[in-house]
Design a binder for this molecule. Structure first.
Ligand code: FAD
Length: 494
């Protein structure tokens, strides 16, 4: 069979890739070796930035807001037990940096991974993605024109011929290993066991602390749906012992506790030294394994990889852009992953199990979520002197950053103007004419100040909602200026 893009791996990154590609009308096939999502969730905290990407594909409505969205999910406490004495509180970021500014039309999302993955999968299927569960990729080879993979479901192995391959096959990534792509970073840190259980403990969440480091037991947190997870040292535990650990962590033995399942987790930190090779692109944990204990970047960064890659693959596959656009995936996403790796170790994990925080400047969470800077050929004017991330109000619409959010009418954000194709934001008839000539959609908005523009300026926004270029004022020949900027940043074929 033939497909434009073959995605290997049906976790959060792979399923997001299938979703974003299908939403852009790309013929995409995903293979996942398991029949469904693991009954033991890992991620729970999805940032508002992830919420924005889901909003664009019509998935945001109905998702519950995360505790982080309410401003206290970043709080942890060391305690004798859940009901017992509480000692010092720790934060992923200093609490003074929690901002009053509304950065996004979206809120963070608090859905356990085993519920989030099916939502993404169903939406991807609805949009036309061919998702094959219980199907393993056995081997692949690439040539100048495409990738040939051998996959196997219930029956005999068969061949899939694809234009491109997205390897979202997890932190051990057989695809990355096969390509011989090395990784850099701290590497292996520790192994943890976990027990997932159900217990009526919501009353202990009322004061806004969601994570508990229980002295002498382990790390206790909740998936917000009646399920809790207790992380323990790595050794064998039988069921009575697990139950005893849970009751010790709670500090009460009069509550019904149902053990759901257990897990064993390798916690490591590593970033691939290249995110692509030929027609193969790494995404998610295959590209960067970021420990969840400080910052909670892992899944969110993986979903944004998929988002960054999807519009580029779509543009190259439909002939609008030259394949060189795909080189900007590594150029843009690898530095973000490396920055996350650095910032994880600048943060406190509450008990500093893997060492004290590193002495590097701490970048605010809002800067990490909304304010990373892309430098690549798909951005004009993001010089090396600029910082890798800062708050949206500090950027003020700088090319290479996510276009700023303001409400343009009730319920409609500036961000809702983007995602479908290239957009020129301005408020001047000469720019409107220039946009028509360049074949770029024109959006007239009044709040040009948030884009760092005068009343005669314009910003060119990419299909992922990042600013590619801006002209703070009206140049002599706006049409020529826009044409040059558009054809350069989009690697245009015209
Ligand atoms: C305890 C824990 C808590 C976490 N909490 C958070 C959090 O709150 N927020 C956050 O952002 N991140 C969190 N993370 C990190 C997050 O879970 C991961 O970053 C994310 O799940 C990675 O998704 P992925 O799709 O890249 O990889 P995976 O989820 O590992 O998916 C890879 C998939 O590829 C499949 N696969 C592999 N090889 C093949 C093959 N040959 N053929 C077919 N299929 C194949 C596998 O079966 C697997 O389903 C947490 C991690 C842990 C361990």
């Amino acid at each position: 069979m033939k497909t434009s893009v073959l995605v290997v791996g049906g976790g959060l990154a792979g399923t997001s890739a299938a979703l974003f590609l299908a939403w852009r009308g790309v013929d995409v096939t995903l293979v996942e070796k398991h029949p469904g999502s693991s009954p033991h969730p890992r991620a729970i905290g999805f940032t508002a930035r992830t919420g924005e990407m889901l909003r664009a594909v019509g998935l945001e409505a109905g998702l519950p807001a995360s505790r982080m969205a309410k401003g206290f999910g970043i709080r942890r406490v060391r305690c004798a037990s859940l009901v017992g004495e509480r000692f010092e509180e720790t934060f992923w970021s200093p609490p003074g940096e929690v901002s009053e500014i509304e950065y996004s039309p979206s809120t963070g999302v608090g859905v356990a991974q085993d519920r989030m993955e099916p939502l993404l999968r169903d939406k991807a299927r609805e949009l036309g993605a061919d998702i094959r569960m219980s199907t393993r990729m056995l081997e692949f080879a690439q040539d100048d024109d495409g990738v040939t993979a051998i996959v196997q479901g219930d029956g005999e192995p068969y061949e899939i011929r694809a234009g491109y391959l997205v390897a979202a096959d997890g932190h051990r990534s057989p695809v990355r290993e096969h390509l011989g792509i090395t990784r850099s970073g701290r590497g292996y840190m520790h192994t943890s066991r976990s027990v997932l259980f159900r217990a009526p403990l919501d009353e202990y969440l009322k004061d806004g602390i969601g994570q508990f480091i229980v002295d002498g037991v382990g790390f206790l947190t909740t998936y917000g749906d009646g399920r809790w997870v207790l992380m323990l040292d790595d050794r064998e535990y039988d069921e009575p012992e697990l139950r005893q650990k849970i009751l010790q962590a709670i500090g009460r033995d009069d509550l019904p506790v149902e053990i759901v399942t257990t897990g064993r987790w390798t916690i490591s930190a590593a970033v691939a030294d290249r995110f692509s090779q030929g027609r193969v692109f790494l995404a998610g944990d295959a590209a960067h394994t970021l420990p969840p204990s400080r910052g909670g970047f892992g899944a969110n960064v993986g979903i944004e990889d998929a988002h960054n890659l999807a519009w580029k693959l779509a543009a190259v596959l439909n002939g609008e852009s030259r394949p060189s656009l795909l080189d900007t995936y590594d150029a843009e996403r690898r530095p973000v992953a490396t920055l996350c790796h650095q910032q994880i170790f600048a943060r406190n994990d509450g008990h500093n199990r893997d060492g004290e925080p590193e002495d590097v400047p701490l970048i605010d969470n809002n800067a990490m979520h909304y304010g990373v800077l892309y430098r690549s050929d798909a951005v004009l004017g993001a010089g090396p002197e600029l910082p890798p991330a800062q708050l949206p109000e500090q950027w003020n619409g700088q090319p290479g950053t996510r276009a700023p959010h303001v409400w343009i009418e009730p319920g409609k954000s500036t961000l809702d103007l983007f995602q479908r194709g290239w957009v020129l934001v301005a408020d001047h008839p000469q720019w409107e004419e220039a946009a028509q000539q360049a074949g770029v959609r024109y959006e007239r908005i009044e709040r040009l100040d948030v884009f760092g523009l005068s009343a005669k300026g314009a910003s060119l926004v990419r299909p992922d909602g990042y600013v590619a270029w801006r002209s703070a004022d009206l140049p002599d020949d706006p049409a020529a200026a826009l044409e040059t900027a558009f054809s350069s940043s989009s690697a245009g074929t015209r």
